[in-house]
Design a protein around this ligand. Structure first.
Ligand code: NAP
Length: 249
């Protein structure tokens, strides 16, 4: 039976790279997106062209419970029960100090980055857990190096949301370890994607890469390779890990 992977926020960036690499490695892939349907469909087409496996795009705002439930049902109907989940969908906001931030900004950040990840993990556990008649699986959460650096003066709300992801990873890994499910997180550093433009700093990677011990930003593919290892059976004894993919920063 083919393994089925759902990648949230896979219409571009790290999510798209992960979906494509997973297709190469033989997974059937569900490419989630929130607004960019055509970009998600392009990833599907590339995934099928590359690997000949099955791939679908599926819309859902991960912060919307009804849409997430419908997404998991669609994936189960079209591809089968999920055995892999990558909680990748996440948002940044413009650089600001705490004393300049609005509550509306914090709510959006936490609803997408934190509640969205909990919600998708909940639905995945319901399909994967041996407790619910499933065959087990693997969950990888996208945290950030910001979780340990704090991002002062820039976006400490984002950093705090990723700190919540680290703690969630530790708790869920222990909760479902005996039910055939491994749960890990990746903490990327400066990765060259469009998320920096959404935070108002399109040149952020170039401006800060001299601070990275490896002396460059990372690529989405370099993060995807770590995600795929954690998803794979080669990581069969690895759970509750917070893996830094940050060039030493
Ligand atoms: P990105 O290029 O901005 O892509 C974000 C993706 O998330 C898009 O596909 C977007 O799809 C989707 N998305 C946004 N809100 C969503 C929602 N509510 N529901 C479903 N999908 C949603 O970001 P990225 O750089 O690849 O980052 C991916 C993950 O890695 C994020 O969790 C981010 O925090 C984390 N990360 C990134 C870096 C970095 O330097 N790039 C560093 C550390 C951690 P639509 O456009 O269709 O909405």
């Amino acid at each position: 039976m083919k393994k089925v992977l759902l990648v949230t926020g896979a219409s571009r960036g790290i999510g798209a790279a992960t979906a494509l690499l997973a297709a190469h490695r033989g997974w059937d892939v569900a490419v989630n997106y929130s607004t960019h349907a055509q970009a998600a469909q392009d990833v599907v087409v590339q995934a099928i062209a590359a690997a000949g496996g099955r791939a679908i795009s599926v819309q859902a705002d991960v912060a919307n419970e009804g849409q997430v439930l419908a997404m998991f049902e669609t994936v189960r109907e079209k591809l089968g029960p999920v055995s892999g989940l990558v909680n990748n969908a996440g948002v940044l906001d413009v650089a600001a100090r705490l004393d300049e931030m609005s509550v509306a900004r914090w709510r959006r950040m936490f609803e997408i980055n934190v509640i969205g990840s909990l919600l998708c993990a909940r639905e995945a556990v319901r399909q994967m857990s041996t407790r619910h008649g499933g065959s087990g699986g693997s969950i990888v959460n996208l945290s950030s190096a910001a979780a340990r650096m704090g991002a002062p003066g820039q976006y400490l709300d984002y950093a705090a949301s990723k700190g919540a992801i680290d703690t969630f990873t530790i708790g869920l890994a222990k909760e479902v370890a005996a039910e055939g499910i491994r749960v890990n997180a990746i903490r990327p550093g400066l990765i060259d994607t469009e998320i920096h433009a959404s935070g108002g700093s399109p040149n952020r990677v170039r401006e800060l890469e001299h601070l990275v011990p490896i002396q460059r930003g990372g690529t989405a593919l370099e993060v995807a390779q770590a995600v795929l290892w954690l998803l794979s059976d080669e990581a069969s004894y690895t759970t509750m890990s917070l893996l830094d993919v940050s060039g030493g920063r």
